[in-house]
Design a protein around this ligand. Structure first.
Ligand SMILES: Cc1cc2nc3c(=O)[nH]c(=O)nc-3n(C[C@H](O)[C@H](O)[C@H](O)COP(=O)(O)O)c2cc1C
Length: 344
């Protein structure tokens, strides 16, 4: 939300200068970084991460127990989510006056150790610190509202989003032409229908909803609608969904040159920045990932955006809409954090 940066966001307080919501806020400075990292977005709010705290580094692990193996068979979205958490961690470190370094996959023998973030109080800062985005972490939400079709995303907003990250080979593409947006919305509806037709896909979603991890009434109602629509063969629901998706004045796509794990993580880092910059400019954002989860519709996305050899990593809608009511749930800090013996 665009408010005075010197004041804490609505509904929060400050502790030692940090913006905080809720009662839980660690006194340990390194643990505070993890406290913010876990506010990152993740596929179906699965929060597939664990943080191991050393004396001058934080190891970020993929938690395979929280991998959605049907929806995200190749673990691309899990690594995107991990990238979001890594960038959140570093933004919190920027805010706290820490210099950070990032090493991807520091141990060849363990592919679940996706990154080691070195942290040094007062150490050299990274090239593009973003301390000012910390306050937006508390108010950022994934939006499931219908967008205001009469309010386009302005050029200043677009250029702020375009230039807010520089990581690996990640590029941001915009789509705002109506015919192309409608074609994309139709593809999204097709992807939804294809995925929901698979019993194992519905079972996986039901499992996650049952674990309370998703915590969004939006997803619950979508599951209900799609299940009914699928069973009855009704196309009314599909049409309404297409209209809702097509209400976004701007659809964005993050792409990479290659499709290695590091590319996927870096696309997540870029998305985190974009989502926070969007929040700071009062723009709403929603990933729409199903369309990249089936090969047929993924090929359609590449065609609409004219991607050539580049790989589509993350698709999302942007625009103006009513704010979401409240935050979605997060796992308790102690369940995602391991403290190694630390000195100082
Ligand atoms: C890789 C990835 C894929 C996502 N896909 C979708 C999606 O298809 N639809 C959607 O509404 N939200 C999607 N999300 C947003 C998550 O559902 C959301 O981050 C999570 O529920 C936590 O809520 P929050 O972002 O409001 O904190 C995705 C997020 C990530 C990181």
């Amino acid at each position: 939300m665009r408010t005075d940066p010197n004041l804490p966001p609505a509904g929060s307080r400050t502790v030692d200068g940090w913006f905080v919501t809720g009662s839980e806020f660690p006194s340990d400075p390194i643990e505070r970084l993890v406290h913010y990292a876990r506010l990152a977005p993740s596929i179906r709010n699965s929060q597939p991460w664990k943080f191991v705290l050393g004396s001058s580094s934080i190891d970020v692990f993929a938690d395979r127990a929280r991998w959605l193996s049907v929806a995200d068979g190749d673990r691309r979205e899990m690594h995107l989510s991990l990238g979001c958490a890594i960038e959140s961690l570093r933004i919190a470190a920027d805010f706290g006056g820490y210099g950070t370094g990032l090493q991807y996959f520091p141990m060849q023998s363990d592919e679940t150790l996706v990154a080691r973030v070195s942290v040094a109080l007062g150490g050299p800062k990274r090239a593009d610190p973003a301390a000012d985005l910390l306050r937006s972490m508390l108010t950022r939400r994934t939006s499931r509202k219908v967008f205001d079709t009469a309010q386009p995303v302005g050029d200043k907003d677009k250029s702020a989003l375009y230039s807010c990250f520089e990581v690996g080979s990640v590029s941001l593409h915009f789509l705002s032409e109506r015919t192309a947006l409608d074609a994309l919305a139709a593809l999204e509806t097709r992807a939804d229908a294809m995925l929901f037709a698979k019993p194992e896909y519905r079972a996986e979603l039901a499992h996650w909803v049952g674990r309370g991890a998703l915590g969004t009434s939006w997803l619950m109602s979508k599951i209900g609608q799609l299940a009914v629509g699928y069973l009855r063969g009704s196309d009314r629901i599909a049409r309404e969904d297409t209209e809702r998706v097509a209400s976004a004045p701007l659809v964005c796509l993050l792409t990479t040159h290659h499709d290695q794990r590091v590319d996927q993580i870096q696309a997540g880092e870029a998305y985190m920045r974009i989502a926070l910059v969007a929040e700071s400019r009062d723009l709403r954002i929603q990933p729409v990932s199903q369309v990249l989860e089936t090969p047929e519709t993924r090929a359609g996305v590449a065609e609409i955006f004219g991607l050539g050899e580049r790989t589509a990593q993350h698709l999302f809608r942007l625009g103006h809409a009513e704010p979401e009511a409240g935050p979605s749930t997060r796992l308790p800090l102690d369940s995602i954090m391991v403290r190694m013996a630390r000195t100082g």
